[in-house]
Design a protein around this ligand. Structure first.
Ligand code: ACO
Length: 467
């Protein structure tokens, strides 16, 4: 841009879009107008605000993307203040009540709910791809008996890319669709195989007569019977849980999926990365952490003492399954899960940890610490209690999340590839390390602890010389 005018317009507003943000740069006294579009200003507009000729321009500093929209998306709508979640415009409550997981998966992918013939064809496509290459079993066998199934999932889903080299053809719409079918179909099989490996059980192959969730239960729990007959209440509950986990806009693992995908990696490798992010206890790993926490508390009477410890920990010790970056109200998914818990417990034995969880929620929601910070139960608070009652070991909880979220990752990945504004993801940084310094030959150097490496250097400190 030519010399900065006294009053400069950046990204001139389009006809009809008249909202502007007016800013004054105190360094130069110049005023700027930045166009406001969809409640955002463009971070690149700030680049043109410079203090002088050799200034590279202003950047926006936003560690952990607390207030940065990285894409435009038409998939999931989330209002964290009001506790609203919608997929393609449909409220999550209605989808959970009236649809099955594969219907919702179709909705996410196609933007519309399927009619009967479309649903049949879609189900046929997914069912067709449930088998795994036999060599995947050898991969599974190589893991230690106590390997965490999420670790196995991360590795084996990434390994699938080597079986499907056509997955690299990410610009071919038909091949892209094929990989989406493969991934949605094979994730439950990989997950169930990982579980069976940990138990030393023979792998149970998919049963294509069963629905998506029934087949998963069959691959998990089938023993010597010729045909596994899943409990319909549990299969239905799993449908609901999968629907609730199917997408959640730009969360940590989805952002990873988009970031890896933006480098044009194949979708199997990108999903491996997304799974790795999900594995973390602050994200999808929280459901496992909640159960460990509830077991550690043990009984209702110990809840107040536990909450006291959390509050004294000042963030070091957290109430797992509570709090959310976006929801500053009750997570609508947690409300739905709480409702289906009773149906599940009627079909199984009641999980004794439910009482501890209810008491924890009751006290926390009245406690000033949690009220002030708007910390409410999130999706992970009650999901684990149900999964445990259904017979899943805690180490499988995040795996269940990954199966359901695969659809969301795929749809977000495709949307990113179609978006003409997207490029390879590459954030900027504010460099805080040493300025250029002199390098001394090995024999003349001080002990590294006395040198100013980026690890022991403090902002403002001068660089050190030789010994
Ligand atoms: N228990 C106790 N205190 C908490 C909790 C919690 N679960 N969550 C946040 N806080 C406190 C923080 O200590 C901080 O307090 P401070 O202002 O006194 O420093 C304040 O609330 C804000 O917390 P942040 O960490 O800044 O919030 P952020 O949006 O970065 O974190 C997160 C969100 C990671 C979900 C957080 O609430 C958390 O760690 N929760 C527990 C883990 C969990 O349940 N994760 C699952 C999230 S849902 C999902 O990913 C599927």
């Amino acid at each position: 841009m030519t010399p900065v005018a006294d009053k400069e317009k950046l990204t001139p507003p389009k006809a009809g879009a008249l909202d502007v943000l007016k800013v004054t740069d105190s360094r130069t006294g110049k005023e700027y107008e930045l166009a406001i579009e969809n409640g955002t200003v463009r971070a690149t507009d700030f680049k043109r605000i410079r203090a002088g000729a050799d200034d590279v321009g202003l950047m926006v500093y936003d560690p952990a993307f607390l207030n940065t929209a990285a894409c435009k998306s038409a998939i999931t709508y989330l209002d964290g203040e009001k506790g609203i979640l919608r997929y393609r415009g449909y409220p999550i409550e209605e989808l959970a009540e009236h649809c099955r997981y594969l219907e919702v998966a179709y909705l996410l992918l196609h933007g519309e709910l399927p009619n009967l013939p479309e649903h049949e064809e879609w189900t046929r496509q997914i069912t067709y791809h449930t088998m795994l290459h036999e060599s995947i079993k050898k991969f599974m066998d190589g893991f230690a008996y106590d390997a965490h199934p999420m670790g196995i999932l991360v590795a084996t889903v990434g390994a699938l890319s080597t079986f499907y080299p056509d997955a690299r053809e990410i610009h071919d719409p038909e091949l892209r669709r094929l990989q989406i079918h493969r991934l949605v179909a094979k994730m439950p099989t990989l997950a169930a195989f990982a579980f069976r490996h940990s138990r030393g059980l023979p792998y149970a192959y998919p049963d294509n007569d069963l629905s998506y969730t029934e087949n998963f239960l069959s691959m998990m729990f089938k023993m010597t019977e010729v045909k596994y007959r899943p409990n319909p209440v549990l299969a239905k509950a799993l449908e609901v849980l999968f629907i609730l986990h199917a997408d959640h806009e730009q969360n940590c693992s989805t952002s990873v999926m988009r970031a890896i995908g933006s480098a044009h990696a194949d979708p199997f490798s990108s999903v491996a990365g997304a799974c790795a992010a999900l594995y973390g206890p602050l994200h999808g790993g929280a459901n496992e952490a909640v159960l460990k926490m509830l077991a550690e508390i043990g009984s209702k009477d110990r809840v107040p003492a536990f909450l006291k410890e959390v509050k004294a920990g000042h963030g070091e010790k957290r109430l797992m399954g509570f709090g959310h970056r976006i929801y500053k109200n009750y997570d609508p998914r947690a409300r739905i899960i709480k409702k289906i818990a009773d149906e599940v417990f009627d079909a199984t034995a009641k999980n004794p940890l439910l009482d501890v969880a209810l008491e924890l929620e009751r006290i926390a929601l009245q406690d000033e610490y949690f009220v002030e910070r708007k910390l409410y139960p999130n999706v992970d608070f009650y999901s684990g209690i149900i999964y445990q009652a259904m017979g899943f070991p805690t180490s499988m909880f995040t795996v269940l999340f990954a199966i359901a979220r695969t659809m969301g990752w795929m749809v977000q990945w495709e949307e990113m590839l179609h978006d003409p504004e997207q490029k390879i993801a590459r954030p900027r940084q504010v460099y805080m390390g040493p300025a250029e310094r002199r390098l001394f030959p090995l024999e003349q150097r001080k002990a590294s602890s006395d040198q100013l490496t980026p690890c022991n250097w403090k902002p403002g400190q001068k660089t050190l010389g030789a010994a």
